[in-house]
Ligand binder design. Structure first.
Ligand SMILES: C[S@@+](CC[C@H](N)C(=O)[O-])C[C@H]1O[C@@H](n2cnc3c(N)ncnc32)[C@H](O)[C@@H]1O
Length: 286
């Protein structure tokens, strides 16, 4: 079989299984299985693929047919300008989360300033590491309840040449953190517990439940983190949260109740209010 025929076969299996982007997924998985670059994939379409290689490639296609996400099969995923390795305890970073990165960068008057950042529920470290990649003099701490996620995030800092400016530790939100930061970011779990069973299999069966479950109304982690912000941020410090669809008004109210000002909601590329950003207006409590 040549590469062209293998590609057609892979695409048709994915299409029949109801996968939304059969051509794109087939390309990523075949490139990975066969060790091809994107250019090879186009220019070598007449090249013969051995039976062993074809079987290896189709085994990956079968995993996708069984609804395993492409990023999980490849073991890594691009986010902003960086590439992140995943493990079973990390949420697969989503393009929507780049809205938080953008929201922080837009609010900074000087991206060369020596800023300190805290990322609560860091997962792969995606938000913190993307920001550090844009802020050459910033340093950051990422916290996660899962030791395995912390391990992944630390590995991702190395992978992207950011280990010198990023630290990661296990923790229950900001409990025990005594330092103050210029910026606190978080994409906490925000799916209401009862809705998790209704999620797409790619999410429900492959993202860790700890990364999804936001309690009965999905807002429990925001309440905890919002109450911690006044002792975590410097006066005038910036907080930015990712929020689920329809949660922006509730999270705005939580920040307002903590004395935040300049509270804004920012939309993702799909037009959904995806990030709530505000400035700490409280005098620090010592
Ligand atoms: C929605 S995921 C976000 C991961 C990553 N920041 C991202 O944007 O892809 C939420 C993360 O919060 C972590 N988490 C859940 N409960 C936590 C807690 N009590 N303290 C710290 N982290 C927690 C989960 O392990 C998970 O990595």
């Amino acid at each position: 079989m040549n590469l062209h025929s293998l590609r057609r076969l892979a695409e048709s299996r994915l299409r029949e299984a109801g996968i939304d982007t059969p051509d794109l997924d087939a390309r990523y998985l075949l490139e990975h299985a066969l060790g091809l670059t994107r250019t090879d994939f186009i220019t070598k379409s007449e090249q013969t693929v051995s039976e062993t290689d074809a079987a290896r490639a189709l085994a990956l296609i079968d995993r996708r047919v069984a609804r395993e996400p492409v990023g999980r099969i490849l073991g890594h995923r691009e986010f902003w300008t960086i590439d992140l390795a995943l493990n079973p305890d990390t949420l697969e970073p989503r393009p929507d989360t780049e809205t938080v990165v953008e929201a922080v960068l837009k609010a900074l008057p000087d991206t060369k300033a020596p800023l300190s950042l805290l990322d609560l529920g860091t997962g792969t470290g995606c938000i913190l590491l993307a920001l550090l990649a844009e802020l050459p003099n910033a340093r950051g701490l990422g916290v996660d309840l899962s030791p395995l996620a912390v391990e992944a995030a630390a590995g991702n800092a190395e992978r992207n040449g950011l280990a010198g400016r990023a630290r990661f530790q296990t923790g229950n939100w900001a409990n025990g953190i005594r330092d103050r930061f210029d910026i606190v970011v978080s994409n906490p779990p925000y799916i209401p517990s009862a809705e998790i069973a209704t999620l797409a299999p790619e999410v429900r069966d492959h993202d860790p439940r700890r990364a999804l479950d936001g309690g009965p109304d999905g807002l429990e982690p925001y309440r905890i983190i919002a109450a911690q912000l006044s002792t975590l941020l410097v006066p005038g410090g910036l907080a930015a949260f990712e929020v689920g669809q329809g949660q922006a008004p509730d999270v705005t109210r939580l920040l307002a109740a903590q004395g935040f000002h300049e509270i804004e909601q920012l939309r993702d590329l799909g037009g959904i209010e995806r990030c709530v950003r505000g400035r700490n207006g409280l005098t620090p409590r010592e």
